[in-house]
Design a protein around this ligand. Structure first.
Ligand SMILES: Nc1ncnc2c1ncn2[C@@H]1O[C@H](COP(=O)(O)OP(=O)(O)OP(=O)(O)O)[C@@H](O)[C@H]1O
Length: 238
């Protein structure tokens, strides 16, 4: 079943085109990756999908709803973790989960969620005292507190050490394994290869290719996804 359908989506900021004719489909229960160079339009795409920005043109349906027109109906059914998300320093883990749960009519049991995501021991820890890996664990739990059918995760592992990244990958798989559809923006091709069932590469506001990581490697005629990424975007490895 198709959960997200985008056809010919466009968006400009102050007359400058940042998305041009973006078309994508995300299927139920998959981890769908969005990769591409800085400024390519990845976050804008996710923001349009999650109803945080208005597109200028094209068709966009998430769970059959238009994020602009049907925003109120859609918001309780999705979860969003934004790039560089932050909470007030003094807010405690338990307080954050309880507060987010209060935003929804039918939230998950936030105490149960806290247990499931291993956060119970840190219930009284302030946000500022958490390491990067634990902050991300909290953000994933917060994105799930409304029992969403789709979650959007934007650069979830940027700045994390290798073990925190691996831990976070495990959590993202767990979310998918619960039947939730995951849209994941990432700059890391090892991450895309490890996690994504399918992915798209966006460059200069256009989808230049999409498919499984294996299909992209075949398209790029390379041996790794990172090499395929460089071949397909015409970029240079540093
Ligand atoms: N609110 C805004 N007003 C004006 N321009 C914006 C705004 N938000 C983003 N842009 C511009 O739109 C383009 C696409 O930005 P976007 O954040 O979607 O890219 P991205 O692919 O997510 O980049 P990155 O990998 O650096 O996070 C960039 O050139 C950016 O500077």
């Amino acid at each position: 079943m198709t959960v997200i359908e985008i056809e010919g989506m466009s968006k400009s900021y102050k007359g400058r085109h940042v998305l041009t004719d973006v078309s994508l489909q995300v299927e139920q229960g998959e981890i769908f990756g969005i990769a591409g160079p800085n400024g390519a339009g990845k976050t804008t795409t996710v923001e349009c999908m999650s109803g945080l920005r208005e597109r200028d043109g094209g068709v966009l349906r998430v769970l059959g709803l238009d994020p602009q027109r049907d925003r109120r109906e859609l918001l309780p059914r999705i979860g969003v973790q934004l790039q560089e998300a932050a909470l007030p320093d003094a807010l405690k883990v338990g307080e954050a989960l309880k507060m987010y749960a209060s935003f929804y009519d039918k939230p998950a049991d936030w105490r149960k969620l806290m247990d499931e995501w291993g956060l119970a021991d840190r219930q009284r820890s302030s946000f500022a005292s958490l390491s990067g890996g634990w902050k991300q664990r909290l953000f994933i739990a917060l994105a799930l507190v409304g029992n969403p059918e789709v979650v959007f995760l934007d650069e979830l592992t940027t700045g994390l050490d290798p073990s925190a990244r691996r831990m976070t990958w495990g959590l993202v798989r767990e979310v998918r394994d619960r039947g939730v559809t995951v849209v994941l923006v990432t700059h890391f091709m090892d991450e895309a290869q490890a996690l994504c069932d399918r992915m798209a590469i966006i460059d200069q506001g256009r989808v230049i290719t999409h498919g499984t990581p294996g299909e992209l490697i075949t398209q790029g005629r390379t041996e790794s996804l990172e090499d395929a990424y460089f071949a397909l975007t015409g970029g240079q490895a540093a």
